[in-house]
Design a protein around this ligand. Sequence first.
Ligand SMILES: [Zn+2]
Length: 312
Amino acid sequence: MFDPIEKLKEFIRHPSISTDSAAKEGMRGAQTFVTDLLGSLGFEVEAVHTELHPIIFAQRKGDPSWPHVVIYGHYDVQPADPLNLWKTPAFEPTIIGNRIYGRGAADNKGPLMTNIAAVAKLLEEQPNVPLRITFLIEGEEEMGSPSFPKFLERYADKLREADFVFLSDTALPNEQQVVITAGLRGLALFDVHVTGAKGDLHSGLHGGVLRNPIQALAEILASLHTPDGRVNVPGFYDDVLDVHPWEREELKKLGGDEKGLQRISRYRCVLHAARFFAVRGRAFPAHARNQRHRRRLPGRGHQDGDPEQGVR
Ligand SMILES: [Zn+2]
């Protein structure tokens, strides 16, 4: 049996950023790593071609009467930038205390390695265990799984045989508490461009007369939520299920106060409710920055105080 920690470190060293076309080598490395590892455990491994990144489909076949479990995971990771915020190199796994730091360590390379290691241990101890196991590991999860629907259609017959699908692309609220995730948020991405004049114009002559596309965009974005944080799009909540009282009770146990619903957004183990707006890939940005300058009106100058005051 391999050393799961060492194997995980090896896995993390492949910079498998699916959204970055410059990271092809890292993607190939991570894919080969998983393929070889599952192959070494006796799985029949297929790297299913897609338009972007292959999906690893690895089977431990057996008697059709045996139960069949499908284990899902992904080998791609989020981009690591901004790199200057990392305390240790993003793709050099570093153990501090009882944690491994590195891009993808938690999502999803660590949990996936846990699953593979558990299966390896099981097969080592019970080589003839009457269980069919299929690993389904994609390389486009962090970009919204564009190839996945087609794949599911193609492999529907094989997947339909499954008695159980297990996935670990979730999170735990703390190290002591095991949770069963009942639902995850979906994803909607919008790329909004606002165009004004044909080209940039002199702000002294045209500023204030024409609508600045940046301002229009800011107004559009601001209108998407109410001040209390609810989505302000008509019909948005129509088919969203309410959180049941028993679910609220369970949520309270996570932290013990009514802010449970807010708190779980940190853990991503949301019940039915939410969808969200994200900007810049799938990450929710921690910062927003806007640079602007202001034109002074005739007759008003520095005597009014700091001309930039209130503009930052
Ligand atoms: Zn994930």
